[in-house]
Design a protein around this ligand. Structure first.
Ligand code: SF4
Ligand code: FES
Length: 374
């Protein structure tokens, strides 16, 4: 059998087994006015001149819709930094995609919100960094950001677009969770997402300042449980607990290459946000080939699909269909090997070391933040 025929057969077999993606995160740009120390974007950002053009993004959306994607998350950086945001949204809506704008709010005006509403935008996720101008602007590294966010929330709710408030919590604001939830209610949000910081990309440089303590995490879990009871029927509260204190890892991305994909500003197609930290993988861009071919047949997407790649510990474990062996990028960062069990798992031989390192790091405590460069 020729190698071309064998490759075609392998691709066809892969298509037969792999379901299409449901969601796509389009990182429209890495440009961003904020400078959050917890930024999970890569250390090396894509310069503006390398970003996909309007036509290229619309073609990616077209391919995604044809592939089976239902949810399109328009993200960044700050997606409002793209002058064509309204045009991109209109095109995505016309393709039948559910559009969710993930924004810091900076760069949005009332007129722009109205244009986005007219374009058919379905949902907005607005980030907050704190519950007062002082704390929020300190963490975001952008003076005036908090006031702008409050205004944007009003315009979004006034336009009838469902609003989710996103709050990344960490050592320096963990005590504000109650107030963040109350703020989300005041802003008219239907949902709040409280996500504990994860140490991908730039955030890794701020681990000592941002890693919450065990006591903070336990208090946060109690706060969220009480708030869920109090606001039942009024506000949906999603909570992403701190990885390093959990017993089991999260099912990162719902499993590698299972439900979603990311496209970077320059069109690189990734199975997850941090996949480029895995050195043995190479990633194609939408300029190299069709999205469907990348999803079904590329080596990077097939690298950690299914169970064949799993170490014996995961392969013989009853939770392998729950967490899929955890996060590959976390395994890479903590163990130096992306194909090992996520060290967060209590069954991992590396778990004890992780607990020791975590306790040491939080005992050292540092308040010095390294802001994301622009
Ligand atoms: Fe998940 Fe693997 Fe741990 Fe089992 S051994 S719980 S599959 S990470
Ligand atoms: Fe890459 Fe979790 S961030 S698999």
């Amino acid at each position: 059998m020729s190698s071309a025929v064998a490759a075609t057969k392998r691709a066809a077999a892969a298509v037969a087994r792999v379901p299409p993606p449901m969601a796509m995160l389009a990182e429209l740009t890495h440009r961003c006015p904020l400078a959050c120390p917890y930024c999970s974007n890569p250390i090396a950002l894509t310069p503006g001149e390398e970003e996909l053009s309007t036509e290229e993004w619309i073609d990616v959306f077209r391919q995604a819709a044809a592939l089976g994607v239902l949810h399109l998350h328009l993200s960044g950086g700050e997606p409002a930094a793209r002058r064509d945001l309204v045009e991109l949204t209109r095109a995505a809506v016309a393709l039948g995609l559910y559009t969710n704008l993930i924004t810091s709010g900076v760069g949005l005006t009332e007129a722009r919100i109205n244009d986005l509403t007219a374009a058919g935008l379905d949902h907005v996720q607005l980030s907050i960094q704190g519950v007062s101008a002082e704390s929020a602007d300190r963490i975001g590294g952008y003076k005036g950001g908090y006031q702008r966010k409050m205004a944007v929330a009003n315009w979004v709710v006034g336009a009838g677009i469902p609003l989710t408030v996103n709050a990344v919590c960490h050592r320096q604001n963990m005590g504000e969770i109650d107030a963040m939830i109350a703020l989300a209610i005041r802003l008219g949000a239907r949902r709040v997402e409280i996500a504990t910081v994860q140490f991908h990309g730039w955030a890794e440089r701020n681990k000592a300042a941002l890693l919450p303590t065990r006591e903070q995490v336990e208090a946060a879990t109690r706060t969220v449980a009480a708030a869920r009871e109090k606001y039942q029927g009024t506000l949906v509260i999603d909570y992403v607990p701190a990885d390093y204190y959990s017993q089991y890892p999260k099912a990162c991305m719902g499993g590698w290459g299972r439900v979603g994909l990311n496209v970077t500003p320059s069109g690189r197609v990734l199975p997850c946000h941090a996949a480029e930290t895995i050195p043995r993988l190479t990633f194609k861009t939408v300029r190299d080939g069709a999205l469907s071919e990348i999803w079904y047949a590329s080596d990077a997407f097939n690298a950690y699909r299914g169970e064949a790649w799993m170490p014996e510990l995961c392969r013989s474990c009853e939770r392998k269909h729950v967490d899929f062996g955890g996060c590959r990028c976390q395994a890479m960062a903590l163990a130096g090997d992306a194909s090992t069990t996520d060290p967060v798992c209590i069954r991992s031989p590396l778990r004890e070391r992780l607990t020791r390192d975590t306790d040491q790091l939080t005992a050292m405590s540092s308040a010095t933040l390294r802001y994301r460069g622009r």
